[in-house]
Design a protein around this ligand. Structure first.
Ligand SMILES: *[C@@H]1O[C@H](CO)[C@@H](O)[C@H](O)[C@H]1NC(C)=O
Ligand SMILES: *[C@@H]1O[C@H](CO)[C@@H](O)[C@H](O)[C@H]1NC(C)=O
Ligand SMILES: *[C@@H]1O[C@H](CO)[C@@H](O)[C@H](O)[C@H]1NC(C)=O
Length: 383
């Protein structure tokens, strides 16, 4: 009698333990959230000054992060504060920062701003460690590196980070022909393509073109209408956005003209820069390898600090509807348990990664990304 009751109790304990084990497992898998984010640098000055920019920006370095751009990333860092990053004293834990960054000065400045916003208590210590462990690998000037590391990082825009360089940088600049010389041939092929020539003419026949050209000419009086191309309009519009964000009231463009130039931007980004398979392979091989590592790895949050070109290269193969990344834009893979969703500026996107378009599984996502990973990038790029 006693022994059968005893057995029964043991059995109950075992059953309950097994049940608990499975329920607990289910909860932890469900709660396990991972984020892999791509952040674009903040607002900058135009990359190349035309005569109007020269007047407006004076001695400010071209292509440089502005104070407003710094603030954008600082805010983004602040918004990214979650328990995950901190110890009980509210100090950021260095080992939790699983970040990679381009070494173009505007991105490094953006990175510093982000860390200042994320880690208000100990950003100096964190940045010092990050410079020593990560950026130092790409430093070409020991003296400047030492100056930066010994600074207190409160005035980073004073430092010129031009002395950092990545060789064979496919993680951030796989879209550029300095990494992949073969891309120059592709570009030439596209520009001589009848489809491109027609599109160029079509854009110039549109009524909005006259307004755009007038403003372009106002920025550089030696421009000739016959030589205006999609590329030139895109460059002009890129500069316009910099000036506008900075608060300059020139050039002036009506909403209609801005919408027109958005179309030009999209054509350039999606039909010229990211339309051929070699362009995808070159721009995405290392980025997608990095994403797969993050999906399989132990870090809960991984952040990639780069450029609009990186986000566009990714979006070009993942979604149907083209998007234009603004300054400080954020593209994230959010993984909950087995499911993966893609967010742009915190809005969920419908993707091409699986048939259901949202809630793709990790396996489906990895399989999809692998299609754009080249095993012989060097041959492909003719390096
Ligand atoms: C102005 O336009 C002319 C003609 O296209 C070009 O050669 C020149 O480089 C431009 N100037 C600047 C400062 O961009
Ligand atoms: C940081 O260093 C600068 C000079 O390099 C100094 O002017 C500033 O007061 C320092 N700020 C802090 C918070 O230590
Ligand atoms: C997507 O997955 C979440 C759970 O991860 C679920 O709550 C939601 O209903 C799913 N949505 C669709 C449309 O399947």
């Amino acid at each position: 009698m006693f022994s059968s009751q005893f057995t029964w109790t043991i059995l109950q304990i075992i059953t309950i333990s097994i049940l608990y084990y499975f329920i607990f497992q289910a909860i932890t898998v469900e709660d396990q959230q991972k984020q892999i984010s791509f952040i674009r640098h903040g607002a900058r000055s135009p990359n190349k000054y035309n005569p109007l920019d020269q007047i407006l920006w004076k001695n400010y370095k071209p292509g440089y992060l502005t104070e407003k751009g710094f603030q954008q990333l600082y805010d983004l860092g602040q918004q990214s504060q979650t328990d995950y990053f901190y110890d009980s004293d509210k100090n950021c834990i260095y080992q939790k920062l699983n970040f990679v960054s381009s070494v173009i000065p505007r991105v490094m400045h953006s990175f510093i701003a982000f860390v200042q916003g994320l880690c208000p208590n100990n950003f100096q210590e964190i940045l010092r460690s990050y410079f020593l462990d990560y950026y130092s690998k790409y430093s070409q000037n020991e003296k400047i590196l030492n100056e930066i590391v010994q600074s207190n990082f409160t005035n980073p825009l004073n430092f010129d980070f031009i002395t950092f360089k990545m060789e064979r940088d496919f993680l951030f600049h796989g879209h550029s022909s300095t990494q992949c010389p073969k891309l120059d041939d592709i570009k030439l092929e596209i520009m001589n393509n009848q489809e491109y020539l027609n599109k160029n003419e079509e854009f110039k026949q549109r009524p909005e073109f006259q307004e755009v050209f007038q403003q372009m000419k106002y920025s550089n009086s030696s421009l000739d209408q016959a030589t205006i191309t999609i590329n030139k309009m895109k460059t002009f519009y890129g500069g316009y956005k910099c000036n506008k964000y900075q608060g300059f009231d020139k050039p002036v463009l009506s909403l209609n003209a801005q919408k027109y130039l958005d179309e030009v931007f999209i054509y350039k980004f999606y039909n010229m820069d990211n339309s051929r398979s070699i362009q995808h392979f070159s721009a995405l091989t290392e980025i997608f390898q990095w994403i797969i590592q993050q999906i399989n790895g132990d870090h809960t949050i991984s952040i990639y600090f780069g450029h609009d070109s990186n986000q566009v290269a990714i979006l070009a193969v993942l979604i149907e509807e083209p998007l234009i990344p603004p300054f400080a834009s954020k593209l994230s893979f959010v993984i909950q348990g087995e499911y993966v969703n893609l967010y742009f500026q915190n809005e969920r996107l419908v993707t091409k990664m699986c048939r259901s378009k949202i809630n793709c599984t990790r396996g489906q996502v990895i399989k999809y990304l692998q299609k754009y990973i080249s095993k012989n990038l060097n041959d492909l790029c003719q390096i």
